[in-house]
Ligand binder design. Sequence first.
Ligand code: GFB
Length: 340
Amino acid sequence: MWSLGAPGSSRCRHADPPDQLDEGGRYTFVMAEEKSIYVAGHTGLVGSAILRQLERRGRTSIITASHRELDLREQASVWGFMEQTRPDQVIVTAGTVGGIHDNRSRPAEFLYDNTKIHANVIDAAHRVGVEKLLYLGSSCIYPRLSPQPIPESALLTGPLEPTNEAYALAKIAGIAMCDTYRTQYGCNFISAMPTNLYGPYDRFDPEFGHVLPALLRKCHEAAQRGDGVVEVWGSGRAIREFMHVDDLADACLFLLDHFDEPGPINVGTGVEVSIAELATLLRDLICPGMELRFDPSMPDGTPRKLLDSSRLAALGWTASISLSEGIDSTYRWFPENVAS
Ligand code: GFB
């Protein structure tokens, strides 16, 4: 069955604390109906971080469904689920995701799964009258050679990066769905474009994960083996901007409250590093002294990808977790939760 509420609780409403006196000098309670929220993709890197943020803020009316309970690619199942649960708000984090090698190995699945999931969830949200929906895209929606930092206005102004074109096309279709449902039906559906993410519940897979979790694992295994070499793909010159997923989750809840416009809004840190610098940071923390060996037969992907997040900053939100802090806490989380 679907899960309606925080673990162990049923879907519930809560009251604000006493905040005024009645005529007889007694406190009265102003009942504030808590909005229910469906987090699509709650077991993944982003979805699980959003659940943690919601719970931290005392939200209890949280709706989730595991992949086994609900295949979001199945339209009828998604309609049935939305009819039954009728959330007030939805955050769409679900999808087929992976690093550069996974993207170029399974482009058909990346395009098919993601277009179906996004279309089904967004359309069903409209049908049951969801008040607010936040759709999460990716910085790879922008053209390969965008101006840096990349403004939201760069969307659809040039060719995409070939290694993640299928994923980017699905994500662009998701943004267009939010915008067309807003135009035609008046839905308050918004889209946020996060930069490269990392943190707990990432995919720490050396072959199919994104660079940060993949290299973290490779460094960890090199330290355990003690053989002295960590393989780094590409030239090491590609430049990326990394954000800890807890910062992204905080930004998502901020946007739910403060952003109501069409088109994407960027969510980045403004700080960029080369892949060689990232590999060095990880090596020095996890397996100091070991050799980083670059493999130029693997692709670099987009040469540089730094988001212009000034619109978000103007609304009042900026990231707070530095890359070294974020890597440190992720590596403290990793051994108990993944490596074992
Ligand atoms: O994170 P990543 O896989 O994806 O790779 P993108 C980033 C850079 O790290 C590339 C290099 O230049 C890789 O060649 N790299 C070095 C490695 N060593 C490794 C390694 O061991 N594993 C991996 N994966 N990379 C993604 C898209 O692009 O961006 C996704 O593929 C998504 O779809 C995400 O949009 C935001 O940053 O190139």
